[in-house]
Design a protein around this ligand. Structure first.
Ligand code: ZN
Length: 479
């Protein structure tokens, strides 16, 4: 271990040693979050928030490009409204936060701090939808929600988090089904093309679906430690909420029909995924397309004449084609190297007196540590190409990791062995009986992650009970 590596070990726990502690160290050391005074809630610091803004901007554009409009609902839900859809309230009741007083007066009716806004949208839709001409209604909201979780971790599970929730109404079940799938595909694109996180698309089992949905579609990703993370979900709500809230429209023949609904969301959890898929023992690694700063300039021997001037000129030049910043503080270059590696900035640009003489700079990749000397007048072609290459390398690496950590099994013994010896996804046939699903969870700690769209059409036997089975399921221990 080199001297430089040792320095890092002191700052961040090695992930091989204690992955959970590594994660906690990274979110703190990379200045993503700070803990707030209420247990389980987090302060998202400027660097963490800038990453979220980039994710949000990419997704928001795609949401609008697919015909949706943003709007905003209030934070509070009257208890009676939440009670209207029975499955929904049952699913959320254990983790809602209640407001019982306004000032010093006890409220006549308790209010819930929104854990999700299906009922608010439903109530509104029942008022504004009358005719088939009003459909589809394609609304989205960017907001915070509160879920009173018992165990919490920054980004992965916190009392309050940021997200978007899309809520749509359609004339037919088929239209709603297409919407459900369309938005899952949008999420998959954001994850794969921007966050460089490969996903498996599929459907949740009945047990794992959203409370009140007909079915739930999901994208699932594998973290560095072999645990899965649900990175986005899209729900076909059918007519359950429409019936509870009387959301009807008159069709072309003047008959009253219930609307068919969807809802879909992604959250600040995605930042947790980004950390756990790409991070290493030096800290965070941020994919260039969502990196707030793509290139950090570190001047070397900046007290020498002309160095800072040249460094600032370079900043102006690079700003034409990349998000660039400069650290001209009087801290040592070594400190700066560590700091920006910890923050996962994709490229470091070093420039000192000798480089200026040779009309070159040094570029260092965060993902591979590779160093190259590049002529100053070639930066406009080299830097964009390197950023693209880093983006692709991160994706390829994550995909290779997932494939290496995916085991196909046919027996329960193999299932258990796979989870012990090569933790990750386990592909196994399942008979669709909930009892088997529960048994698997109890015996192994793994839950069904999804029934992938891409079925290999394998006939086989349930890995748990041995009965004939037609569904292939991805199982894993999960966050
Ligand atoms: Zn079975």
């Amino acid at each position: 271990m080199g001297k430089k590596d040792k320095q890092f070990v002191e700052k961040v726990t090695a992930m091989e040693e204690d992955f959970a502690q590594w994660y906690t160290d990274v979110v703190k050391q990379a200045d993503l979050v700070d803990y707030a005074s209420v247990r389980g809630s987090m302060i998202i610091r400027p660097y963490g928030y800038a990453i979220w803004e980039n994710i949000r901007d990419v997704l928001d554009k795609k949401i609008k490009d697919t015909g949706h409009q943003n709007m905003y609902f209030p934070l509070f839900i009257p208890e009676s409204l939440l009670q209207k859809e029975k499955d929904h309230i049952e699913g959320f009741a254990p983790e809602v936060a209640w407001v019982t007083h306004g000032g010093s007066e006890e409220l006549q009716e308790r209010l819930v701090v929104r854990p999700t806004s299906e009922v608010l949208f439903a109530e509104h839709y029942s008022k504004i939808i009358h005719s088939y001409r009003d459909l589809p209604k394609l609304y989205n909201q960017w907001s915070n929600v509160v879920r009173w979780e018992k165990t919490t971790r920054p980004f992965l599970r916190s009392l309050e988090f940021l997200w978007q929730e899309g809520h749509t109404c359609h004339a037919t079940e088929q239209d709603a089904a297409e919407e459900t799938r369309k938005m899952l595909d949008v999420y998959a694109t954001v994850c794969e093309d921007f966050l460089a996180i490969p996903v498996i698309k599929g459907r949740k089992t009945e047990k794992e679906k959203f409370a009140g949905a007909n079915y739930t579609l999901t994208i699932e990703s594998l973290m560095h430690d072999g645990k899965a993370l649900q990175t986005g979900t899209s729900h076909h709500l059918g007519t359950g909420f429409a019936e509870a809230f009387d959301i009807t429209y008159s069709d072309e023949n003047g008959n009253q029909q219930y609307v068919h609904q969807t809802s879909w969301g992604i959250t600040t959890r995605l930042i947790g995924a980004l950390i756990m898929v790409h991070g290493d023992n030096r800290g965070l690694v941020v994919p260039p397309r969502v990196a707030p700063t793509q290139v950090m300039i570190v001047p070397i021997a900046q007290h020498k004449e002309g160095v800072l001037e040249r460094a600032y000129e370079l900043k102006g030049q690079v700003a034409e084609f990349a998000r660039v910043d400069i650290d001209a503080s009087d801290k040592m270059p070594g400190w700066k190297f560590n700091e920006y590696e910890m923050k996962g900035i994709p490229l470091r640009l070093e420039v000192g007196p000798k480089d200026i003489e040779k009309n070159q700079v040094v570029l260092v990749r965060r993902d591979t540590g590779e160093k190259s000397f590049v002529a100053m007048d070639e930066l406009s072609t080299i830097i964009p190409a390197l950023l693209e290459d880093i983006q692709q390398t991160l994706y390829d690496r994550a995909l290779a990791h997932r494939e290496e950590k995916t085991t196909n099994v046919t027996t329960f013994a193999e299932f258990k062995q796979a989870l012990e010896q090569n933790p990750g996804f386990v592909e196994a046939m399942w008979c669709e009986d909930k009892a088997c699903e529960e048994n698997i969870k109890e015996e192994t700690g793994a839950t069904s992650r999804c029934i992938p769209f891409e079925q290999e059409n394998r006939a086989g036997h349930c890995v748990c009970c041995g009965k004939e089975a037609t569904q292939l399921v991805y199982w894993a221990k999960a966050y």
